[in-house]
Design a protein around this ligand. Structure first.
Ligand SMILES: [Zn+2]
Length: 270
């Protein structure tokens, strides 16, 4: 089965090196590529971090990217300049969307100041991926990353394709309601595992309630054409992640969820 990893990070810095190690991996281009080849992952979509400088966003052939406005580079005082830089990225074929990090950044998605980014997304027909749900740092605020904030944004910008990253985990029922109501919202299932799981059978036994809940909500939604596989590399072990996803997604939807949806939504032309 051909797979697209619709959500990863490609960032050489100590924090990412450390979480890669905990996942049984190495945070290098070479190791990532080897792992992708070994597991049938033919392409990945990087969620950009750290800088908006175009020269800093050059990736190997097997990766595309969303230009990301994370808390280290989003600057409200220079919004006009930032919008201009984001537009330069969107003009590249390797840049397949915008990534926003509310929660880490203290704004509501639907605030007026964010409008120029949505207008750009519409102009270039590229999606806006949004971090939703739990955050990795305690300074972040969940009121901004709660999946419900995507509802108003999706209504205000009906011609923009949004991607709810991490399915708003653990605010699952709210996330599913937003997805059910708004057809211009898709979701990726990244970030639900971290590290290397030593014994997958034991893990599935221990987490059976949570896995059941995820599977039931996805089945309730029944919109597998808007659900994408993503690993949040280097956060989790890739082999574990594929096994975990196969537990959540009925086999008749694997082709869509593991490949076709990301190919279509991010316009990858694979
Ligand atoms: Zn991520």
């Amino acid at each position: 089965m051909k797979i697209i990893d619709a959500h990863l990070h490609f960032c050489a810095e100590p924090y990412f090196d450390e979480i890669a190690k905990a996942a049984g991996h190495e945070n290098t281009d070479r190791h990532l590529h080897e792992q992708y080849v070994q597991r049938g992952i033919v392409h990945g979509v990087v969620m950009g971090n750290r800088t908006l400088a175009p020269e800093e966003h050059c990736y190997p052939e097997y990766l595309s990217y969303c230009i990301g406005l994370d808390s280290t580079c989003f600057d409200e005082k220079q919004l006009q300049r930032q919008v201009e830089l984001v537009e330069l990225h969107l003009q590249r074929s390797s840049c397949v969307g915008i990534k926003l990090y509310p929660g880490y950044n203290h704004f509501y998605l639907y605030e007026e100041k964010m409008k120029p980014f949505y207008e750009l997304a519409e102009k270039y027909s590229k999606p806006v991926a949004v971090h939703t749900g739990l955050t990795a740092t305690s300074q972040a605020l969940l009121k901004y990353s709660h999946p419900l904030v995507l509802d108003e944004t999706a209504v205000c910008y009906p011609n923009v394709q949004f991607v709810m990253c991490h399915l708003g985990n653990p605010f699952l029922s709210d996330a599913i309601a937003v997805l059910e109501k708004n057809r211009n919202v898709a979701a990726d299932l990244s970030g639900l595992l971290e590290g290397k799981i030593p014994d997958m059978q034991a893990f599935f036994r221990k987490k059976q309630g949570y896995i059941r809940m995820l599977r039931d909500w996805l089945e309730y939604l029944d919109a597998y054409e808007r659900i994408m596989f993503g690993t949040d590399w280097p956060l989790a072990n890739l082999g574990d992640y594929i096994d975990f996803m196969k537990q959540l997604i009925p086999e008749e939807h694997w082709e869509e969820v593991f490949f076709a949806n990301a190919n279509r939504i991010y316009g990858l032309k694979l």
